[in-house]
Write a protein that binds this ligand. Structure first.
Ligand SMILES: [Zn+2]
Ligand SMILES: [Zn+2]
Length: 201
């Protein structure tokens, strides 16, 4: 891809790549540059297989910065996408915009000059570079998306939800059922039969 020499002034685009290592970056050059150096990675039109019942609505866009520290790298990112969710009040499908924030430290596994293995350390939470000085940004991105998932998505802030009497959406139609409320079980059955026959008569 010719991206090995990417410099901060000319961020390399990452476009619509889907393989397991779609976002694997070799950072040997960045590590050699020493503390203070950084590399920006622009992300456009990226789709990931998120698993965990998470479904992306629109592509991921934004940027990720890899900054060299005296210990390794700090990875920061500000990106956005949407997730396909279900409104918790009316059960309608809803696409929720989310902000993806990455803020992680990544440390080398081996010494850049000597190649000697470095102490894996005590903190298993810290991201490790591979023996070839590569970092896979995809798991970081997937984790950040998972953290940004809304707990109780709604189709709109004032969604009134479903009618207690007929089960229909309160936002649609007249729900003044008067003094003789329809049994919701019978109502569901009636709607089912209409759907089956394909007629409304
Ligand atoms: Zn709703
Ligand atoms: Zn109703």
């Amino acid at each position: 891809m010719g991206r090995a020499g990417a410099r901060p002034a000319a961020p390399a685009p990452v476009t619509a790549r889907r393989s397991a290592s779609a976002l694997e970056e070799n950072v040997a050059g960045l590590l050699a540059d020493g503390p203070g150096a950084h590399r920006d990675i622009e992300v456009h039109d990226l789709r990931l297989d998120l698993g965990d019942g998470l479904e992306q609505g629109s592509p991921i866009d934004g940027s990720i910065r890899l900054a060299r520290t005296n210990r390794g790298l700090v990875v920061t990112g500000h990106l956005r996408t949407t997730l396909r969710e279900i409104c918790v009040r009316c059960l309608a499908p809803v696409e929720v915009p989310i902000a993806i924030v990455i803020d992680e430290e990544a440390l080398p596994s081996i010494d850049l000059l000597s190649g000697a293995p470095l102490d894996p350390g005590v903190d298993p939470e810290i991201v490790r570079l591979t023996d070839h000085h590569e970092i896979d940004l995809e798991p970081l991105l997937a984790d950040a998306i998972s953290l940004a998932q809304p707990i109780a998505p709604v189709c709109r802030p004032d969604c009134p939800g479903l009618c207690m009497v007929c089960g229909g959406e309160l936002a649609v139609g007249d729900h003044d059922h008067g003094e003789a409320p329809i049994d919701p079980r019978l109502e569901a059955l009636r709607l089912f039969e209409v759907d089956e026959s394909g007629r409304t008569g």
